[in-house]
Design a protein around this ligand. Structure first.
Ligand SMILES: *Cc1c(COP(=O)(O)O)cnc(C)c1O
Length: 415
């Protein structure tokens, strides 16, 4: 993670001092490293160089236009899950022939919008959805590219909220029903059946379950190709895990080799949909200590970033490394790092040993690039944080800090 490193006790993002960013933009502040984003993309692309492949960055993990532009310039495609995400990538003039659209609840309007944009394919999550896409495409007089999302019923051994490929999850179509559904959709005349897709969960650190699932899908694809219809795309989703604390790093080269072995003979183009792997460790959240408070049981470090800015700890009990932006000495304190929101669930860390800080000092919350800013809200009427992209020794504001007026702008003032 040397795109964020300490030099002489001061945190830097690439060649920019975090303290300078704070002076310029204030806190709470999301900071992304361009080099880290590109680096994640390159590691994946390099690992899969031996097979024809397309990387579709998962927009939902980090959807700021500045970040999406970095990926577009790398040649990335995009994995979207809503009309809003489609709008974002339209705003950056993304190549729509590299766009896949997932999600269990696509509306008529979203389908129409995506067909007008001529995306590569919809990753279809149910029989009714296939019928709806067929009918919307018919009305528009176009053909809709589709893959069916197959649920391989494999446990990726991650947090239950981020597991998506077990039969109890709402995503995809059971693998046993996959073959028959392909038979059916092959007969729908406004659909161009292009591929097969899976996505079994997020923050996966073990490659075995993931490869097992790919093998299951590959064998189904083989039968479908032989008996029903040719398929050109094998989309294996995202979910490659990152190191937040002491997780075993996801072994991308070994994973790529195993995946290639499973699917090479099929002659299909591989699609991967990484989100967190690219964005997670490419961003941090900087925050200022407001108060230190002691209770009978605890030391509280109260900061100006709350669950509305970063909800992962509250929502999943997620771990984020926290360190002072300026390290003065080696002393530390056991504390809860909490936000200003009026909820007991508003914390960034509990019972954590962190470097000692004083009132008004700054803390860095690491690994906040994925599912950070995108999950932020205005709860407690708190304006959303600013976002900055660092490139070498330059910093570019990629999202302005919201103002109070932004909070009430859409409320009807006439009542
Ligand atoms: C969320 C999601 C991804 C990305 O997941 P990561 O864990 O961030 O890699 C990819 N594909 C689909 C369909 C998703 O819903």
């Amino acid at each position: 993670m040397n795109d964020f490193e300490y030099r002489g006790g001061e945190l830097f993002c690439e060649d920019v001092r975090a303290k300078d960013l704070i002076e310029k933009y204030g806190t709470p502040l999301y900071v992304y490293s361009r080099k880290a984003i590109s680096g994640g993309f390159d590691r994946l692309s390099d690992a899969f160089r031996k097979i024809d492949h397309l990387i579709c960055f998962s927009v939902k993990s980090c959807s700021n236009l500045g970040v999406l532009r970095v990926l577009k310039e790398k040649g990335s495609g995009f994995d979207i899950v809503s009309g809003g995400e489609l709008f974002r990538i339209e705003e950056i003039n993304a190549d729509m022939s590299k766009v896949v659209f997932a999600g269990v609840g696509k509306t008529n309007d979203e389908i129409e919008y995506a067909l007008e944009q001529n995306i590569l394919m919809f990753n279809v999550e149910s029989e009714q959805e296939a019928e709806r896409i067929n009918s919307v495409a018919g009305d528009l007089g176009v053909e809709a590219g589709i893959a069916i999302r197959i649920n391989p019923d494999v446990d990726p051994k991650t947090h239950k909220y981020i597991t998506t490929g077990k039969s109890e999850n709402k995503f995809g179509v059971d693998i046993e029903r996959g073959y028959d559904l392909y038979k059916k959709v092959a007969g729908l005349k406004n659909l161009a059946v292009k591929g097969i897709q899976m996505h079994i969960g997020s923050q996966i650190t073990e490659i075995e379950p993931y490869v097992t699932a790919v093998g299951k899908i590959a064998r189904l694809a083989e039968r479908i190709k032989k008996d029903i219809i040719p398929l050109s795309y094998m989309d294996i989703g995202g979910g490659m895990g990152i190191v937040y604390k002491d997780e075993k790093p996801f072994d991308v080269p070994a994973f790529a080799e195993a995946v290639i072995k499973e699917i090479k003979s099929l002659g299909m183009k591989l699609i991967i949909e990484p989100g967190r792997y690219i964005s997670g460790n490419s961003g941090v959240l900087l925050t200022q200590v407001q108060y230190l408070k002691k209770s009978a049981e605890k030391n509280f470090v109260i900061v100006d970033a709350g669950m509305n800015d970063l909800i992962r700890p509250s929502l999943y009990g997620a771990y984020h490394r926290i360190e002072p932006v300026s390290k003065r000495d080696k002393s530390s304190v056991l504390c809860d790092v909490v936000g200003p929101v009026c909820e007991s669930g508003d914390f960034i860390a509990k019972d954590r040993e962190i470097g000692r800080v004083s009132q008004d000092d700054y803390l860095c919350v690491f690994s906040a690039g994925a599912y950070g800013a995108v999950m932020s809200s205005n709860y407690n009427s708190r304006p959303r944080a600013a976002e900055v992209l660092v490139d070498g020794n330059e910093d570019i504001m990629i999202r302005k800090r919201e103002e109070y007026l932004d909070l009430t702008r859409l409320d009807n003032p006439n009542i």
